[in-house]
Design a binder for this molecule. Structure first.
Ligand SMILES: Nc1ncnc2c1ncn2[C@@H]1O[C@H](COP(=O)(O)OP(=O)(O)OP(=O)(O)O)[C@@H](O)[C@H]1O
Ligand SMILES: [Mg+2]
Length: 231
């Protein structure tokens, strides 16, 4: 099964400089099942990539290796020119990688705002959690993503689409070096998915962070080309 990478922006194989992420010849098996064979990906700062392949091609496996959820059996993985060996998702997070999985991972009892800032709440000069700053940041993020979600409501009861929007807001606010999305739009309606996707290239251009977006296969390349106006 074929796994291809479609790149836009300064991330093509001909580009020079040190890639933010570079994986080469990466393979992963589970028992006798080869989940990923010889996967390669190079992400330059500011670039956008789409991983495209049939169901079972190994897209999620590659994403999980980058996220530190799985360890590769073979191949090389470098970040900014240095070899990395992530043992856990905490390792990849600490290295500046934000991942959005197919299934949302929000805490149902916490508010939308608390979920966006889970584990890294800003503090004021008295070292108290700065709720005003948190809320203002979330309001601004949701506005940029073009959605109306109450920042004070609990995550519980939100639709899957809205939960994914919160995940995207969280990833953007992390200001990570690389943002990886494993088909978060599969659960999004056209109304919700379109505006959220339109924001990706804009946010990638603002900072030096490359984006891997793993879109639903049929729509992926078309939507990337459409957004970049070179269809
Ligand atoms: N933890 C696991 N244990 C056993 N087999 C696995 C595991 N994870 C993935 N696989 C197998 O590896 C192959 C690749 O799976 P993967 O989820 O990476 O594909 P994918 O390209 O993301 O597919 P989809 O488009 O359906 O999301 C599949 O055949 C899958 O059944
Ligand atoms: Mg998958």
């Amino acid at each position: 099964m074929e796994l291809t990478v479609e790149s836009h922006g300064p991330g093509g194989p001909e580009s020079s400089g040190t890639p933010t992420l570079a994986l080469s010849g990466v393979s992963k098996s589970f028992g006798s099942v080869v989940a990923l064979r010889d996967g390669s990906l190079q992400m330059m700062p500011g670039s956008i990539h789409a991983l495209v392949g049939e169901n079972g091609a190994g897209k999620s496996t590659l994403v999980k290796i980058i996220a530190g959820l799985y360890q590769r059996d073979s191949g090389t993985f470098e970040m900014e020119g240095r070899p990395v060996h992530f043992r856990s998702t905490a390792d990849s997070k600490a290295a500046g990688i934000a991942v959005i999985y197919q299934e949302p991972t929000l805490f149902p009892d916490l508010s939308v705002t608390e979920n966006v800032f889970m584990g890294r709440q800003p503090v004021d000069r008295f070292r108290r959690i700065d709720k005003h700053a948190m809320r203002a940041e979330v309001v601004s993020l949701l506005q940029r993503l073009g959605v109306r979600i109450d920042p004070d409501r609990p995550a519980e009861g939100l639709s899957i689409a809205d939960q994914q929007i919160i995940e995207i807001a969280k990833a953007i606010s992390l200001d990570a070096k690389a943002l990886i999305m494993d088909e978060p739009t599969a659960a999004l309606s056209r109304r919700r998915g379109r505006p959220a996707l339109r924001r990706r290239p804009e946010s990638a251009r603002r900072g030096p962070r490359p984006v891997v977006h793993q879109p639903p296969v049929r729509r992926g390349l078309r939507s990337l080309r459409h957004r970049h106006g070179d269809a």
